[in-house]
Design a protein around this ligand. Structure first.
Ligand SMILES: *[C@@H]1O[C@H](CO)[C@@H](O)[C@H](O)[C@H]1NC(C)=O
Ligand SMILES: *[C@@H]1O[C@H](CO)[C@@H](O)[C@H](O)[C@H]1NC(C)=O
Ligand SMILES: *[C@@H]1O[C@H](CO)[C@@H](O)[C@H](O)[C@H]1NC(C)=O
Ligand SMILES: *[C@@H]1O[C@H](CO)[C@@H](O)[C@H](O)[C@H]1NC(C)=O
Ligand SMILES: *[C@@H]1O[C@H](CO)[C@@H](O)[C@H](O)[C@H]1NC(C)=O
Ligand SMILES: *[C@@H]1O[C@H](CO)[C@@H](O)[C@H](O)[C@H]1NC(C)=O
Ligand SMILES: *[C@@H]1O[C@H](CO)[C@@H](O)[C@H](O)[C@H]1NC(C)=O
Ligand SMILES: *[C@@H]1O[C@H](CO)[C@@H](O)[C@H](O)[C@H]1NC(C)=O
Length: 366
């Protein structure tokens, strides 16, 4: 097989789906570029010093672990990136930092692919540069105001917490954040079902564009909740399965069965004490600035100044907090599967507005 045959679907990540026509065209263009590059590398490929047998064996393990296959010369492109990332990881881990980096299923992708397939928060204009707004006025936070705040809280293994999901390859983090909150709150309202609910992110991706969302090109969790409150509820993932690509909306109001809902949400004060109070009531949707250290995070308490002044680009959920080694931290849930971080979760330093985590915090409730 020629190294430059175009097989966009083989290049896709964890979720294998047929690309839409538009996406396929886009990917073909990208692959053509990669192919020119690879061909150049391919031609000059006789120097073997830079890849030791050990590297190649480790890369083989990586491919096996994450079920990766590449076509022709693309293998070398991915190998080189993976190797570069291994060096970054090893270098970081030798520096005695409070957190470690590690390999995950995304270690062989370009930064452009990270941006396109893993993120997807776009803050609506009305929430930028505003002081805290409470929407709607009857604040859910007021109702938790008198509740005791616990010294630590960990909802990761709560009966209502669904397993960590995988958004990739789709910039739809906003739909995963919105859905996880609805899954948790609906389950609580049902007095804790035996297994967590699994609701349809795809419904939000396909159907909520008139509320401001843009499918796999970004959106915001409050827009998804606005849609759900208007339409009456959220279907299960079984009814409306995830495809990791935008499709035509097939949800029909009052016809498609729904299993999840919320009734209100609040925009929390830009203050980590407010978040601490609110998380007693359930997961808190937040937006953060990500960087390469975040994308390669493995364990420990994430504490990195370099994401302080960046653009908010990713949505995650705060699902608890604690204190260890004299450091306060948040327990944060991502939607990048379990190969990333600590089985899909990260500890992020608390009370320093890390990666701007406290600026767009929302609580949804029934
Ligand atoms: C990531 O961590 C390293 C330390 O290993 C640090 O030098 C770097 O500035 C951090 N940020 C980025 C974006 O790499
Ligand atoms: C959650 O459950 C898993 C599997 O039972 C267990 O390994 C893990 O220690 C638990 N985590 C917490 C924080 O309780
Ligand atoms: C949940 O439990 C409460 C108190 O035990 C009860 O009043 C309520 O009807 C239950 N709700 C559901 C949906 O089972
Ligand atoms: C949701 O549906 C898709 C498509 O059927 C499936 O691949 C995925 O595993 C489901 N998600 C969960 C969390 O079960
Ligand atoms: C959406 O529907 C239109 C018109 O029926 C069709 O042409 C198009 O292929 C559909 N798109 C997807 C992604 O299914
Ligand atoms: C955050 O809120 C707490 C309690 O309401 C208040 O004491 C504190 O001053 C606030 N912090 C900031 C930075 O506004
Ligand atoms: C706390 O410090 C110990 C010893 O340095 C380390 O092994 C452990 O991983 C740290 N815990 C966290 C959560 O970072
Ligand atoms: C972030 O911006 C603030 C204010 O603009 C500045 O004082 C600070 O040095 C910047 N920090 C970094 C890490 O760039």
């Amino acid at each position: 097989m020629s190294p430059c045959e175009l097989h966009p679907s083989k290049e896709r990540l964890a979720v294998s789906v047929q690309p839409t026509h538009e996406q396929a065209t886009h990917e073909k263009m990208k692959l053509v570029n990669i192919c020119f590059l690879s061909l150049a590398i391919f031609v000059g490929y006789s120097v073997t010093q830079e890849e030791t047998a050990e590297d190649l064996a480790k890369f083989k393990e990586f491919k096996k672990r994450h079920k990766k296959t590449y076509n022709g010369a693309l293998e070398r492109v991915h190998f080189k990136r993976w190797k570069k990332r291994r060096a970054v990881i090893d270098d970081h881990n030798n520096q005695n930092r409070p957190f470690l980096l590690g390999e995950n299923i995304y270690s062989d992708l370009s930064e452009e692919e990270w941006d396109t397939y893993l993120l997807g928060v776009k803050i609506p204009k009305e929430f930028v540069n505003t002081e805290e707004v409470v929407v709607p006025p009857e604040s859910a936070v007021q109702s938790v105001g008198n509740r005791q705040t616990l010294p630590s809280l960990d909802l990761r293994n709560h009966t209502c917490m669904p397993p960590v999901k995988i958004q990739s390859p789709c910039g739809g983090c906003w739909a995963f954040i919105a859905t996880a909150a609805v899954e948790f709150q609906t389950c609580i309202a049902n007095n804790g079902t035996k297994t967590p609910l699994l609701l349809s992110e795809q419904q939000l991706i396909d159907c909520s564009s008139s509320y401001g969302t843009k499918g796999c090109s970004g959106g915001f969790y409050s827009q998804a909740w606005d849609y759900l409150m208007a339409i009456g509820g959220q279907a299960s993932n079984a009814t409306y399965p995830y495809k990791a690509a935008v499709g035509n909306c097939s949800f029909v109001k009052d016809v498609t069965p729904t299993v999840g809902k919320i009734s209100r949400y609040s925009f929390l004060a830009k203050n980590e004490t407010a978040i601490l109070t609110a998380v007693q009531k359930g997961p808190i949707a937040v937006s953060i600035v990500t960087n390469s250290n975040f994308t390669l995070y493995k364990s420990g308490i994430f504490d990195d100044d370099t994401c302080k002044n960046g653009t908010v680009n990713h949505g995650v959920l705060i699902v608890g907090y604690g204190r260890t080694n004299s450091t306060d931290y948040w327990i944060v849930r991502n939607s990048w599967g379990t190969s990333w971080g600590m089985s899909g979760y990260i500890f992020m330093k608390r009370n320093v507005n890390i990666c701007r985590i406290a600026e767009y915090a929302f609580l949804a409730t029934i």
